[in-house]
Design a protein around this ligand. Sequence first.
Ligand code: 3EB
Length: 335
Amino acid sequence: MRDPVLHGEYQSVADMQEQPGSVLGVICFSSAPPMADQTLCLHVPMQRLDGPEPVCEVWRCSGQVAEGQYGDIRYRQGDGVLFGVIALPEHRFDSGRPLLQQAAESAYRQVFELIDRLEYPYLYRFWNYIAGINAESFGMERYQQFNIGRQDAFLAYGRDVLGNAPAACALGMREGPLAIAFIAGTAPSLNIENPRQISACRYPQQYGPRSPTFSRASLVRIGKGLVLFISGTASIVGHATLHHEDAVMQAREAMTNIKLVLDEANRQSPDSFDLAGLAYRVYIRHPADFAPVRAELARIVGGQCNAVYLQADICRTDLLLEIEAVHAAKSFGME
Ligand code: 3EB
C-alpha cells in the first residue's frame, strides 16, 4: 500500500481537472458565482487582484475518497484525512440574538459532531469567511460575534480554547453566507505558536469579550509527508497592531511573524521549512496596496514567490492585510 499523502496547491479550474490523485476538497475564490461543478467546493466571493478567476486551493490525497453530507456539512474523507465545507445563511437563525454568533456556533457544533462520529478527531485547519466582518450589530462588531459562537462550540464539545487549537484564518467579504472549510484527521497535529505574539487564545479583553480560537500554525505528519498550515498572519506584535497606515510595513511585519513560526516548525523537523518553499495567500483590504505589497513579498522571499492576492476585509479595522501560507514541498506530490 502506498503511504497516504495530503497535498495542497493553488490552481486554475483547468489545471485542477488535469492532475492525478483524488480531490479531497477545493476552496474557490471568484467575484462571480461559481460554475456548477461536481467536486466538493467552497465558493468564496472575493476578487482576485493578481490574475484570472476563479483561483482555487485544491487539496488532494492518495487512495480513494468517499463523499457525504452531515447536516449542513458536505465532506470527503480519505486515508486519515477529512475535508469539509459549510455555507450557512444567517437568515436561518432567530433574530433575538446576534445571527452570526448563532451561525458560527451551529457550524462549529456540526463540525465537532461529524468528526466525533467519523473518528477524525484532530482538527488541523479552519478557513472562515464572514460577510461584513467589521460591521456592527447588536452593539458588537461582527467578528466578535463570530468569536463568541466559535468559542461556545469549542467549549460545548470539551475542546481546548486556551491552546492547542487548530490553525485558522478569518476574513471578510461584502456579502454571502458564513463560509467555512476545514481539514481534520486521525493523527494528532503539533500546534505551533509564535514567541513574538501572544497566543490569540489569550488576547486581552480590549479585542472583544471572547478570544479567537486558533494557533499560529499546525504541523501534521501524514504518511511520509509533513504538512504545515500557517494561520492568517498579520502585523501584530504581542497583541498590538503595528504600522496602522502602512501596508508595506504591515507586510514586512507579517512576514517576520511567518519566519518566526517557520523557525518554531524547524525545531520540530530541522531544515524542513523556508520562506521560498511556502505557497502564500495574501488578503489585502485596499486594492491600491496590492502592487507595493507584492513587490515587498518578492523582495523578502526572493526569486519566485508562489502567492495569490485577494481583496478582503481583515478582522481588525487597523489591519490592512493578512498573509496565510501552506508548505508546498515536492515530497507531498503524487507519484
Ligand atoms: C490575528 O493574528 C489576525 O479568528 O480565526 C488570524 C488568523 C486572525 C485567524 C481567526 C484571526 C483568525 O489575530 C487575525
